[in-house]
Design a protein around this ligand. Sequence first.
Ligand code: SF4
Ligand code: SF4
Length: 278
Amino acid sequence: MIISVASGKGGTGKTTVATNLALSIGKAQFIDCDVEEPNANIFLKAKIKEHEDVSVSIPEMDKEKCDYCGKCSEFCVYNALAVVPSDVLVFPELCHSCGGCELVCPKDAVSWNERIIGRLEHGQVEDIDFYHGLLNVGEMQAVPVIKALKRKVDKSKNVIIDVPPGTSCPVIESISGSDYCILVTEPTPFGLHDLKLAVEVTRHLNIPFGVIINRDGIGDRKVERYCKNENIPVLLKIPERRKIAHLYSKGIILASEVYEWHEMFGLVFNRIQEEVKA
Ligand code: SF4
Ligand code: SF4
């Protein structure tokens, strides 16, 4: 079963939930798709054993063949090409490697170069097979790194995917193909606003989902009321407690320190399994 853990915005406790869940279910695969800021391994502490580069294809124009007609730059909706009287300028960071410029070029002047934009790292901690991706500084295309990570999904295991914050393309790429999605939120007006956006995306992808409320007690009951009205299951409420914040600040997973939480995340997993089977 593939369970993705998402939230409408950063800092809601998404990685806390994902790492606690992985630890509580034991034999699992953990994939941190938050490639701009992967932090799950601060908590899991997997020993990295392997890494591999992630690259994308970028066009190069053959100046012998090109007649600077401009059809390629007219086609490129990402503005990754500019044709000037005696040159075609390529802006690699904007290119989405869609291949369209090659298709529209009447002179067969387009060839391809590989450009490294990030890397994957793979490691192990206890029974957890761990992967995360790292997008190089200055790169804007998180999706190719996430796609490379998703190719590592081992369907023979329970897979936990730590999704980037927000509701944009990297989020959709990370969540797609999941059997279930946990949406982590806080009981505040901002939390509710971002939860509503995350619910829209998850419904659109037709993935069953439930909510975990983190820092319960800091705000109001509007998130709970919203979930009740929308018939969204609240899987767990994690209270605002000094001890929990203290463990988090030290990079310690709650379920590894307090057996009660190990059990509670285990129950969340059982409930998800039942909902997916139903
Ligand atoms: S479409 Fe082909 S020939 Fe025309 S400017 Fe682009 S690379 Fe050159
Ligand atoms: S591959 Fe697609 S995105 Fe990249 S330059 Fe060509 S048309 Fe633009």
